[in-house]
Design a protein around this ligand. Structure first.
Ligand SMILES: C[S@@+](CC[C@H](N)C(=O)[O-])C[C@H]1O[C@@H](n2cnc3c(N)ncnc32)[C@H](O)[C@@H]1O
Ligand SMILES: Nc1nc2[nH]cc(C(=O)O)c2c(=O)[nH]1
Ligand code: SF4
Ligand SMILES: [Mg+2]
Length: 235
């Protein structure tokens, strides 16, 4: 089954969440059922990017052609990769190569292949995104992943988002929980201007987290790749 692929890149480091710092390749799929106001990958769904439909074995060859011997981990992101049933075959082929596989999704669509993923990042969207989280759906999603290596990661832009994150963490207290700095300037190419701004937002988020008793077991992270490469694509 073919998968609409937007870009394949790496090796780089996972800049976010539960395996931050992990050397990895990225496969970014096209299409999203959401349209977050601050999406840093809107080219996957707003018509400004061009995807190519590929069979999983072709994607494996592309990963090898680009990454050579220099990786053993593949992250599938998007867009929402969970829109695509065909990713199941891609995951199996990655495992047959001896590679581990991570996924980034907002947890709005279920696929059985999620049960075969080595590290799953679920990123329900806070109010600032303009999206509404269906918590009964998220409950069922997390029930199915009870034995999987899954985490929750909430991007924070304002205090309402932080309250949302507290609700989510209280609802699923046993799921590893990450807070992530929001980047509100996703177009600038001026890193000398962007990086201090992101660090300031990170400091603000740390301050909120350290003063919240709900967040005693949370991890607070920036987007590490944004601090290193700014808004550059394909890193
Ligand atoms: C581009 S999304 C793709 C995967 C999936 N659609 C999702 O949202 O989880 C990857 C991650 O980037 C985060 N993200 C998107 N735009 C961001 C921004 N402007 N600042 C910080 N994180 C952002 C998302 O919340 C998500 O955790
Ligand atoms: N280095 C790096 N880390 C990332 N973590 C999540 C990403 C994403 O766009 O899903 C991403 C990305 O695009 N690059
Ligand atoms: S769910 Fe993810 S890819 Fe889709 S619009 Fe939101 S941040 Fe972007
Ligand atoms: Mg990104």
């Amino acid at each position: 089954m073919k998968i609409p692929v937007m870009e394949v890149f790496g090796p780089t480091i996972q800049g976010e969440g539960m395996v931050v710092g992990q050397k990895t390749m990225f496969v970014r799929t096209a299409g999203c059922d959401y349209s977050c106001s601050w999406c840093d990958s809107s080219f996957t769904w707003d018509g400004t990017g061009k995807s190519v439909s590929k069979r999983p074995p072709e994607i494996i060859e592309e990963l090898k052609a680009i990454g050579g011997q220099l990786f053993s981990h593949v992250t599938i992101s998007g867009g929402n990769p969970a829109l695509h049933k065909g990713i199941g075959e891609l995951v199996d082929l990655c495992h047959a190569e001896g590679w581990k596989v991570g996924v980034e999704t907002q947890a709005s669509f279920w696929q059985d292949w999620l049960l075969n993923i080595d590290d799953i990042t679920l990123s329900p969207k806070p109010p600032s995104s303009g999206m509404i989280t269906d918590f009964s759906k998220l409950d069922r999603f997390l029930e199915k992943l009870a034995d999987a290596n899954a985490s929750l990661k909430i991007v924070i832009f304002d205090e309402d988002d932080f309250k949302f994150a507290e609700e989510v963490h209280l609802r699923y207290p046993t799921v590893p929980f990450f807070l992530q700095t929001g980047n509100d300037d996703i177009t600038t190419t001026d890193d000398a201007f962007l990086v201090p701004k992101l660090l300031h937002r990170y400091e603000w988020l740390i301050e909120l987290a350290v003063n919240s008793p709900v967040m005693n077991d949370a991890k607070v992270l920036p987007q590490l790749h944004a601090l290193v490469w700014g808004n550059k694509r394909g890193v």
